[in-house]
Design a protein around this ligand. Structure first.
Ligand code: NAP
Length: 275
């Protein structure tokens, strides 16, 4: 019971890694608030938690919705001990057309690479990216992390305690060629993590980040079997991970086991990135 009676908000908890974190935190005694942009998804997560929990629908990219969510948390719980800024959107772009294009190009590039003739199919992701795709990626990941952190700090500062965990990615550490906007947003999250960790140290509020490698979730479903095989081949442990393996890292950073950690990132990535 590493989180006994702690109040923990997990954003994007309706799926994948966020759902696994919500479930593990509840098993460790936390009172879990599951946020998601889809109300049904958040409710499904809460229904899967035997000790119950609270589902709150909100788009973390919308500061008014985030303020309303925290007002509800203050009314119903009066405090917040842990915030996990996990909500995120797919790396393959916002539209199915983008996803299909990336998939086609990745398979073509892989075949060309294997043939030894050199790569003729270019990614050209950045030059084709719309303003909308760029802005939405930054809005959900970076703005969302800021909006939720800003409100959480107001609650945590009252008791001068708390743990904030920001979901970054190996994309922040190494750059991923198909997702410049995602890589930029996730790298921004690391800078934000370090700055707020320094700022909040005197209040004993710890701020850390997680940089997962490839994890099997609905977000990574669109990745083609060929690309998947290529990422596995680049991973020393030779596999992708399950969401619960990231959840265990979040549990460490949320609990007193990491009492002397702040401003750090941990990367469950199977060796894909060794820094
Ligand atoms: P996921 O299965 O797609 O779960 C993300 C959840 O966040 C979804 O339920 C999604 O709803 C929700 N969401 C999206 N936009 C939101 C918003 N504006 N406000 C509130 N909720 C929102 O993805 P995941 O793989 O678990 O990813 C979780 C986090 O880990 C993300 O930050 C992701 O970037 C990061 N990450 C994932 C991997 C990986 O390999 N899977 C690797 C590194 C980092 P919708 O389904 O409606 O969009």
């Amino acid at each position: 019971m590493k989180l006994k009676d702690k109040v923990a908000l997990v954003t994007g908890a309706g799926s994948g890694i966020g759902r696994a974190i919500a479930q593990l935190f509840a098993e460790e005694g936390a009172r879990v608030i599951a946020n998601d942009v889809r109300e049904e998804a958040a409710k499904e997560t809460v229904a899967a938690i035997s000790s119950g929990g609270c589902a709150i629908q909100a788009d973390v990219a919308d500061s008014a919705q985030v303020r309303a969510m925290f007002a509800q948390i203050e009314r119903e719980f009066g405090t917040l001990d842990v915030l996990v800024n996990n909500a995120g959107i797919g790396t393959a772009g916002s539209s199915g057309a983008n996803r299909d294009r990336i998939r086609e190009r990745s398979d073509a590039r892989m075949a060309e690479m294997l043939s030894g003739q050199g790569i003729q199919t270019h990614w050209d992701i950045t030059q084709e990216m719309s303003d909308e795709a760029w802005h939405r990626m930054i809005a959900v990941h970076l703005n969302g992390t800021f909006f939720c952190t800003r409100e959480a700090l107001k609650l945590m500062s009252r008791r001068n305690q708390g743990a904030i965990i920001n979901m970054s990615s190996v994309a922040a550490l190494m750059g991923l060629d198909t997702v410049p906007h995602y890589s930029a947003a996730k790298a921004g999250i690391l800078g934000f993590t370090r700055a707020v960790a320094r700022e909040m140290g005197s209040r004993k509020i710890r701020v850390n980040a997680i940089c997962p490698g490839f994890i099997d979730t609905p977000m990574t479903q669109p990745i083609s079997p060929m690309m998947r095989a290529a990422t596995v081949a680049r991973t020393p442990l030779g596999r992708w991970a399950e969401p619960v393996e990231v959840a265990r890292t979040a549990l460490f950073l949320a609990s007193d086991d990491s009492a002397f950690f702040t401003g750090q990132w941990l990367s469950p990535n199977g060796g894909l990135f060794i820094g």
